[in-house]
Design a protein around this ligand. Structure first.
Ligand code: MSP
Length: 658
């Protein structure tokens, strides 16, 4: 029987509009869930909304709406966004649902009956404006850190959970199961927090009503984290469906942002130990998205709304960007510049172009049917491509098992680059001119289409829609990864599907993109925790430093520039210009016109037949009324004339330079 796999996201507060952060966690969980399904597992993927607490009660009042109606509306926004993001969750839980209220109360009873809850007076600094207790350590000059008003010493009756009783058990959990908390930096933080001693936790409130009533003491409602964390059990069938619970509990992965690892890796296991229930297997705390290196915030007007990008670039482009750009566990910066560059270079140019070129060639040279490879015609380039496919499948499987989607995508894009090179080396458009080369042509286009169908299989968890489209074009079915090779590839003779541009180039400037961005109505805020449990500070806004600017770039930055070999076919001076030369060049797959500022250094005749380097993916620009598509590489010495970059040997036009 296939293994089962239970993965959760946090349940999101509904006092804020969904934004990039919520979308990211849910997309990562979705990619994990989809990859596990491809591995044949019985997956249960849960997300949902956290709807109780004073903030929601207040937000509803401010909106002039009844609280549950407010919750219905705002929870729906998360559901709608997740459906636009193509999230494949199996359940969506709301903490206001009867099934959850029943489960939270059942766990409360178990913990109480086993002696881990007691009633006492909860004393602390209270802000009457914000109506909440402020931990002493968070007071600013003795005043409320949120609104700046004076605080009063107040006491409230509260139930306490005996968290202090679990210190040793928790520490031995972290020691015995090191992978319980990842990444390591989060694990170390938690170990040191717990080693420092644990105070009992206040888990009920009497100062507001919008919560789950404490069983047998309805004056109290549960503190939101006790209520919220138990959602993971509710959805797994607790308490009324023991066979479901047995199948899906414990959860395999609780995924979340780093700021709530403490609740999941300390409180939650302690609640479960107290209730005598099994513990989840892994808690993973990912990093934070910053916007252009600063924290996202409404006041800075830089909160990223996923819809702005999904509407313009398509859902798969958004999913690709966030998973490629952020390494799970580390912070990452969202920027329009990198979004546009990745979109145009990696999606439109690398993947989109090669898919439409291969399909167009099959249509043109093979009557629109997948050609049959001819075994005897296979030579080095074919064998190399097949080996690269095998190696990529292995690598991507390993990366996905380590949840390193960024690395997995990089591997797939390396395969795409190899495929591009293979096509340039084989020059199917030249093969097509001579009937003797038919076996090589068929073999080449078969291997190219097959490579793209493997790409489809590999990108499925991240880009399900693109994978589906690729399969339609190349008449194949997406396959489980480890099957991608075993099934023997494509079926020759099948007609290819309608050719569509997967990612049309988008020639927008960053300013144009920004001017269309809408702003969020409200900003996410975490409800303040009780005095005993200060929330870790959000990531600091990097402070501008006076240090010299480090302008080194990463290899990824460099690879965004598509440099190619080209051959000059024709050259003529641009009339009325001293410097400009109009060139017609062969870039392997096509002929292009470009304008270069080299007329003072070279005569037209000297240039024809020369092999040069060009920037292939430069946006077109008009120079003296001529559209220039690309830029020629030349060294420009101070005060001297430009000197063209040359190659140390024969090299085919279209070859990539890196
Ligand atoms: N309701 C609690 C969670 C209860 S789970 C039992 C909560 N909700 S929240 O709406 O504030 O969502 C927080 C989560 O949203 C983070 O843990 C993370 O998953 C995601 N993100 C919100 N902002 C984020 C970034 N800027 N970057 C990345 N993810 C962040 O906390």
């Amino acid at each position: 029987m296939a293994g089962r796999f239970y993965i959760t996201t946090p349940i999101y507060y509904i006092n804020a509009e969904p934004h990039l952060g919520h979308a990211y966690t849910t997309i990562v969980a979705d990619a994990i869930a989809r990859s596990r399904r491809l591995m044949g597992e019985d997956v249960f993927f849960l997300t949902g909304t956290d709807e109780h607490g004073q903030k929601v009660e207040r937000a509803a009042r401010a909106a002039g709406t009844e609280t549950l109606a407010f919750a219905d509306q705002t929870s729906q926004k998360f559901r709608d966004l997740f459906s636009r993001l193509n999230i494949s969750n199996d359940d969506f839980i709301r903490t206001t649902e009867p099934r959850h209220i029943q489960a939270a109360q059942a766990i409360w009873r178990r913990v109480r009956d086993r002696g881990f809850l007691y009633k006492a007076s909860y004393e602390g600094w209270y802000c009457t404006v914000d109506e909440l207790f402020v931990p002493e350590t968070q007071l600013v000059d003795g005043k409320c850190p949120t609104c700046g008003n004076a605080v009063e010493r107040l006491s409230e009756e509260s139930y306490f959970f005996k968290l202090s009783a679990f210190q040793d058990q928790l520490l031995s959990l972290y020691q015995g199961t090191p992978e319980f908390i990842t990444p390591e930096i989060r694990r170390n933080e938690i170990v040191s927090f717990v080693s420092g001693g644990l105070r009992d936790l206040s888990v009920s409130r009497t100062s507001f009503r919008w919560g789950i009533p404490v069983p047998d003491d309805p004056k109290h409602v549960m503190y939101v984290w006790f209520d919220a964390l138990t959602n993971y059990l509710t959805a797994a069938g607790f308490p009324d469906d023991p066979s479901r619970l047995q199948r899906y509990w414990p959860a395999d992965i609780h995924l979340m942002g780093k700021e709530i690892v403490r609740q999941h890796a300390v409180y939650w296991p302690a609640f479960l130990m107290a209730a005598g229930l099994e513990l989840p297997r892994r808690v993973i705390g990912h990093g934070w998205w910053l916007m252009n290196d600063a924290k996202m915030s409404k006041s800075l007007g830089n909160v990223v709304r996923p819809d702005d990008y999904v509407e313009r670039f398509g859902v798969d482009a958004f999913r690709y960007y966030v998973l490629r750009e952020m390494t799970l566990g580390q912070d990452a910066s969202f920027s329009d510049e990198t979004f546009l560059t990745r979109y145009n270079a990696e999606l439109a140019n690398d993947l989109g172009n090669v898919a439409s070129r291969v399909a167009t060639m099959i249509e043109r040279y093979c009557s629109g049917r997948i050609p049959a490879p001819v075994r005897d015609s296979q030579t080095q380039p074919d064998l190399e491509l097949v080996a690269a496919i095998e190696q990529t499948v292995d690598q991507v499987t390993q990366d996905a098992n380590r949840l390193d989607f960024s690395m997995a995508l990089r591997g797939v894009w390396e395969l795409i680059a190899r495929l591009n090179k293979y096509i340039v080396v084989r020059e199917p458009w030249v093969l097509a001119k001579s009937p003797d080369e038919r076996p090589v042509l068929d073999t080449t286009l078969y291997h190219a289409a097959n490579a793209l169908s493997v790409v489809a299989s590999l990108i499925q968890p991240v880009m399900p829609e693109t994978a589906r489209k690729l399969c339609v074009i190349f008449a194949s079915a997406t396959r489980p990864w480890d099957d991608a090779l075993k099934t023997g590839g494509l079926t020759p003779g099948l007609p290819i599907g309608k050719i569509e541009q997967l990612f049309p180039r988008i020639d927008l400037t960053v300013e144009e993109l920004r001017s269309n961005r809408s702003t969020l109505v409200s900003e996410q805020q975490n409800p303040a925790p009780p005095a005993a449990t200060p929330t870790p500070a959000p990531p600091a806004v990097p402070v501008a430093s006076a240090a010299p600017v480090d302008n080194r770039i990463t290899i990824d930055d460099f690879l965004k520039v598509d440099l190619r070999v080209a051959k000059v076919l024709a050259a003529e001076k641009v009339p009325n210009s001293k410097k400009l030369m109009k060139l017609s060049i062969d870039v392997g797959t096509e002929q292009r016109t470009l304008v270069a500022g080299i007329a003072e250094a070279y005569e037209a005749e000297q240039l024809v037949g020369k092999t040069v380097g060009v920037v292939f993916n430069l946006k077109p620009a008009k120079l003296m009324g001529i559209e220039s598509n690309g830029m020629i590489l030349a060294a420009s010495p101070e005060g001297g004339k430009p000197v063209l970059v040359a190659f140390d040997g024969e090299i085919a036009p279209g070859s990539r330079i890196r």
